[in-house]
Design a protein around this ligand. Sequence first.
Ligand code: C2E
Ligand code: CA
Ligand code: CA
Length: 534
Amino acid sequence: MLPQKRHRDFGWLLIVCAGLLPLVLGILCTAIEARHTVSQQQISTANTLLTQAEKMSDNAWDMITELRQYHNQPCAQIQDKLQRAGTLNPYFRSIGMLNGDDISCSSAFGLAHGTLAEMMMQPPPITGKAWWSVSVRGTVGVPTRPAVVFVRQLPDTSGFWAVIDGQYLMDFMHAIGESRGYQMSLQFSGGAVIGSGPSDTSPELYLKSESYQTESSRYPISVNVTVPASELLKAWRQALFIFLPMAAIFSILLMILTANWLRRRISWRDEIRRAIRGRQFSVHYQPVYSNKFQACAGAEALLRWQLPNGEMIRPDIFISAAEAEGMIVPLTQHLLDLMAEDIQSWQVDAGFHIGLNLAAEHLQHPDFITDIEQFAARIKHKQLCITLELTERSLIEDGEMVARKLRHLRAQGMKVAIDDFGTGHCSLTYLLTFPLDYLKIDRGFINAIEGLDVETPVLDAIINLCHKLELDVLGEGVETATQFAYLQQRGVIFIQGYYYARPMDNDQLRAWLSEQGHKPLLVEEHHEPELHHS
Ligand code: C2E
Ligand code: CA
Ligand code: CA
């Protein structure tokens, strides 16, 4: 009872994990997605702000170019024009002219007395350039509101200037960033910071606020857009809101699938165990023809499962289920028991081959040698030749250990065959290094035979290879006289398939052997295959 309970607890854990998986994945993916979306928006907002600042700069420089027409004119004469230009054009706080470091005329104060440094409330930057712009905390007329000062100096020490009100930029930042809670700032030539947006004070738990900085390629403008952690969290929450119902559906589906899978898993295991106890398994035998002796040379044991209601379960299905559920070893042990019982009733010549299929897992099992040796001991008096049929996979997995075990069994007179040859991924080196006797060519290759004179290159290559390696070849699934004749012509010693005989139960086999076992299989005659249904 205990292992069963542990199994069930483990099952619950698996179901819970299956349910959690879409949720956890969803939470992770939405966090990544929210961050990505927010950073895309952040970049696009920064670029919009930069474009706007560039546009304002364009305006300022255009204005300064226009001011050149007043070059060397006295302030009294141009003051009105300056005032009009300053007022009618958007963005400007004031514009004017310079004489050396002094302001010689201003649209705001007319004949202004004061220096540029006084107006900007800070010393002008030393750029060494005739054109420059800088952001400042305020100007003498509006000391509390930031502005951007644009200056063009002429070689004759005169010059022009324009001041753009920072409020325009702040309003713009506000308009594009407020709804998303962005903190935005902008600087001209590393001057005063013109900013907008809340300063984030919310605690940063698992999301950190993200800053993005970019610069203009045309002007000395740099822009910074910071998304506070709270905004990231908001975006994440929104993504979760959309995703969570979907994740919940996935969770439920996955839990149902897992539960079903577990139930089926448990039931296969239990069913096989119960079927062994209830003797629902039996063995059918398919005779193998030897072209050399022109008679039946042996038989392959094939497991059959019949439910109490008479229904048969296909071997490929229950064998792979048994392999997947770790039941193949007990099932093969049961097969050996059944075979040993059947064989007691056989009357066959010494050396008659009995082939049995072995799964890779069994070969690696510590009981493997004992299982086979016990079986061999039980049928010893019949002097049969036991042929172990392995798949290519068996050789690849833990090959060295398997080879050692096979050598041990071969030393006791057993034979080793590779089953379904050509369907796995066995390289030729395995054929050289493994202790092998026979190679069973998969029926897929036999099916490819179209006529006696039509070449079947892959099949021919396999047959030639076997001859070279001195392995005896068996053709599987031979169904027609043509296939049989083709293989016979190319020196294939053993033939197995419906053309010769179908798999049959033990009683049928004994009757068949005594009637047909010693008869040659002739191609010339019109030969109908035996119709023993298995
Ligand atoms: P396999 O080892 O390749 O066995 C030969 C299969 O081909 C058998 O199918 C047999 O009935 C079928 N067969 C024989 N002659 C012909 C023919 O002329 N035409 C056609 N179409 N089929 C033919 P079966 O009995 O259904 O077994 C299927 C597979 O199940 C076997 O393939 C083997 O891989 C596995 N299997 C069966 N019994 C056992 C067993 O006791 N242990 C293990 N490990 N596997 C087994
Ligand atoms: Ca086989
Ligand atoms: Ca086979």
